[in-house]
Design a protein around this ligand. Sequence first.
Ligand code: LLP
Length: 411
Amino acid sequence: MHLSEQNSYTIQNIDPIQLVEQYGSPLYVYDGGTIRRKTQELQNAFSGINMKIKFACKSNTNLAILRLMREIGVELDVVSTGELEMGKLAGYDTGQITFTPSGVPFHEVKTAVEAGAIVNVDSIPLLEWFGQTYGNTKPCLIRLKPNVAAGGNIKIMTAHADSKFGISVLLLDQILTVVKKYDIKVIGLHQHTGSDIKDAEPFLQVADIVFEAALQFPDLEIIDLGGGFKVSYKPNDPITDMQLLGNKISERFKNFCEKYGRELQLWFEPGKFLVSECGYLLVNTTVVKEDPARTFVHIDSGLNHLIRPMMYGSYHHILNISNPAGEKKDYTIVGYICETDTFATDRPLPEVRQGDVLAFLNAGAYGFTMSSNYNARFRPAEVLIDNGVAKLVRRRETLEDLLLTQVGFTE
Ligand code: LLP
């Protein structure tokens, strides 16, 4: 979102306030140009090696976003058969889809494998089942847990020793025994460290652990290092230096390939890096309440639409796009949900008046996908702006949508 010389905000020259007038509030808006730019940035950082991007679509499953990803050569990482179906609907060939489940029923794995997706096997029992079911007829990757603690906060760390994800690298012998027993065709090793990882160091640390383990598997084609790159949440926020990380990882990867004796593919599965910054949640100010303790700004949205602040204490930058030149004051921004539902405490913002439109930044990843109907509220509409054109890509929900799955209420 850019502030023009006329002191108004635009996204690709489109006035976001007009979008709210047209499609209603609250409204999710995505800037396709940002997705294209971030994808290019990642590709440039790894231009010296055979690197593939698999978008972790749990962060945003709008079909228009998935279709855009496909058009720009980004493949897909899914965690459920629902996401797999969405990938297919967006035009993906199932061969471009990786299924990275976490302790799911084996029939889901079966569905994914038989649809043509490749699975990241995340437990010894699943590996046993995979061997019994497919022998050496279907390829798979194995998800390792490298026992490295990194990430923005404990709730989004996935590779530390106590984490539920993957098979501990300490169990490598057991993995190899099962692989040998069924002659399982392991074509890749996978790991995902966590989310919001700023420094190159943890990425290098886990890469070394995976490269070391990889030497035990003779038929590998892929090393998948997951996602987790830290994005910018505030102006001047330190983020993962992608060029630096790209250079360092590429160098180590080349050395590893030389040692391994073959050129492999390196995969990444970013969610936030590709879509966090492209998204805005636009909301309306319903009430400005001057309280002796603080000034509350109530909005027509809540943790039902953007749960990250309440769930992880995440910071989302907020702009008053209706009054950019207003005098700055401290406001506590709260949602309309009937429980504590705070987006920001004592946040300096240009004067907020009833009816002003506020924009929450970094709403493109884990915003809509983590939304709910709590308090019987409808989920917002979504708009994608791409090549200068704004398009409605999801309509706002209605009461009928909420009632669609309830049965027997007329009896
Ligand atoms: N690969 C795997 C196996 C994952 O579990 C995840 C995220 C990713 C890739 C993508 O991570 P990213 O690049 O987006 O950091 N809801 C939380 C984030 C949870 C991430 C879960 N796994 C949040 O809003 O901060």
